[in-house]
Design a protein around this ligand. Structure first.
Ligand code: ARG
Length: 364
């Protein structure tokens, strides 16, 4: 603000004394012993006007004498004009900044376009870890800054609600309450005593440990995940209740942190879109079968390191994180039309985002 006023005022005065300038080349001084700013325009003007640069610099200096907040105006070297702002002017400018609620940042309304922020990303039925905490804090800071600067912002929590952990938890629940297997979806919705968040915090690590040591249980968890994703009504009824419990707990955690989200969407939201995305990837020959799974092959990242292929669909059926994230982009672009999407995630997501942002291999 201060700088644009300075350059406008200087250009105005130069024009008043007949110098043919549209704007003036004024920059912070490279030698602070000589002043705050320097004007380099005399050298360029010298060529157009065919007059000595120091003479033109002198003309600029006398023209600028009218600007009462400038001091130490003088010509140096081949034709530089050095100048400073008066202490009084600087003090007043700083005072205005300090008392201005926007600290001098212009309010442009919501004219800078829409940014969609994706941060937080807690996983249903799993406790949050420090990576979630860090992204939430950084993400919410970006949200506030973007709003302040005049962007429209939508912050999406992007819950991890659709992957293998869901199958692991469902398997563990079925083992602990065998009646669930015979309950119909309405009964599950109406009568099932939903686990609490404390139950869930205990259920997932227990179920996960069992699956790690028992291949049969892992296979079942995969199959349950695939059945859930395929729309099994009873599993969906259980899943909905688990998601609701997790969302309520996350809402509380984020409220305590003063971290806000506008959208509480999850990976699951993009499922239908993923189904059509998979169909078109197959049709266009971008995706191919490899060891029973449907994958997109990716080129080498920097010529030295191979990126593992992006798995769209596993051999036993069931979609995965990368696929849902791609479909989520399609969903966001189509339904929310953001100008940009920013992700704030843990470093451990590095490979995932590399896979999602890499164009498919030409050979595919
Ligand atoms: N659920 C992920 C995790 O636990 C974070 C999700 C980040 N957002 C995304 N669109 N992939 O780390």
């Amino acid at each position: 603000m201060l700088y644009s006023k300075l350059s406008n005022d200087i250009a105005d005065q130069c024009r008043l004394v007949g110098l043919p300038v549209e704007s003036v080349d004024v920059v912070p001084s490279q030698r602070d012993d000589l002043g705050h700013f320097q004007i380099n325009s005399a050298m360029t003007l010298a060529k157009t006007l065919r007059r000595p640069p120091r003479e033109i610099a002198g003309q600029i200096v006398s023209a600028l004498a009218k600007i009462n907040y400038l001091t130490n105006l003088r010509v140096d070297g081949p034709g530089f004009v050095n100048l400073s702002l008066t202490p009084d002017y600087l003090t007043r400018a700083l005072d205005t900044l300090v008392t201005d609620p926007r600290q001098g940042v212009p309010d442009l309304g919501r004219s800078r376009g829409m940014v969609l922020l994706d941060y937080g990303g807690p996983n249903v039925a799993k406790a949050m870890h420090v990576g979630h905490l860090r992204s939430a804090i950084i993400g919410d800071t970006l949200r506030r800054l973007a709003l302040f600067l005049g962007y429209s912002v939508l912050a999406d929590v992007h819950l991890g609600d659709w992957g293998l952990p869901m199958g692991i938890v469902l398997g563990e629940l079925l083992d602990r309450d065998p009646r669930l297997a015979t309950m119909d979806p309405q009964a599950i919705a109406a009568e099932w005593l939903t686990p609490t968040i404390d139950d869930l915090n205990e259920l997932y690590p227990a179920g996960s440990a069992k699956c790690q040591s028992d291949a049969g249980l892992m296979t079942r968890a995969r199959a349950l995940t695939a059945r859930l994703q395929a729309g099994d009504a009873s599993l969906l009824a259980m899943w909905r209740r688990i998601v609701a419990v997790s969302v309520a707990a996350s809402e509380q955690d984020f409220a305590r942190l003063n971290v806000h989200f506008d959208l509480w969407h999850g990976e699951s939201r993009a499922h239908d879109r993923l189904t059509s995305l998979i169909a078109s990837a197959r049709q266009q020959g971008i995706a191919e079968m490899s060891e029973g799974a449907l994958v997109i092959r990716l080129p080498e990242a920097d010529g030295t390191e191979d990126i593992p292929p992006l798995i769209l669909e596993k051999s036993q059926g069931g979609v995965m994180y990368a696929g849902t994230d791609l479909a989520t982009i399609a969903d966001r672009v189509e339904t929310l039309a953001p100008d940009s999407i920013l992700y704030v995630v843990d470093q451990r997501q590095h490979l995932h985002f590399e896979q999602c942002s890499e164009p498919p291999s030409a050979s595919a």
